[in-house]
Design a protein around this ligand. Sequence first.
Ligand SMILES: [Fe+2]
Ligand SMILES: [Fe+2]
Length: 272
Amino acid sequence: MNILCIGDVVGKPGRKAIEALLAPFVKARGVDAVIANCENAAAGSGLTEPLFSKLRHHGVDAVTLGDHVYRKRDVYPLLEESDRVVRPANLPERAIGRPVSLLDVGGVKVAFFCLLGQIYMKQANSPFAAADAILGQLPPDVKVSVVDVHAEATSEKVALGHYLTGRASIVFGTHTHIATADECILGGHTAYITDVGMTGPYDSVLGRDKKAVVESMVTGMPFPFDVAERDARLSGLLVSVDPATGAAQSIERIQLRLPDEAGQSEVGHESA
Ligand SMILES: [Fe+2]
Ligand SMILES: [Fe+2]
């Protein structure tokens, strides 16, 4: 089966990229399941139920979140009710939302969950222990598992990749919004990338208005960081997984862009 993991969907440009680019790609490449980190979907921070419904409509099957999980309060009922959305698994047990869920993909059960890093991030429990607890409790017939490592430090993400080698089908990094070129299959089983990159406006600083961010860094003063607008791209990782064993068979980093925005961006690019 082919699983597409998508990195942080940022605001309206990110949603626009999903709307325009996802369905044709899914059809062309025979994608069976789409798992997207949507922690930045609502105006750059958080998620809402109406936006979740739109993303579902445009082909997102399951949603992971991150440090912005609770930014929009009206997401709480969605977190409680939907089995297609998970909150970070290594938050305190009583935090609202599911730490893990199962997605039915043509009769194959796919477990998915996300973990927060502990380095340069807000406080969270050990992502290693949380992954152990979840993977240790999966029913024996669940062979395929997808882990979103939402973390700042590359070292912590790589360490989690190695720690979960042979136990998870896919470990994909999110949160830094910049794709890394280290995609690989660890131990002949676990598809890994340190960060898939954001799905959002690339003529920006990590999705935010570049002028405001630069001005803030130059002056040391606070500025409102609105979501940027130009050069929306969809970034992700396409992995072929053997449903019988849960082992990844092939891995491909992808970045798709809206053709009509190509001439507007000041950001050079080589990607398709
Ligand atoms: Fe993010
Ligand atoms: Fe984040």
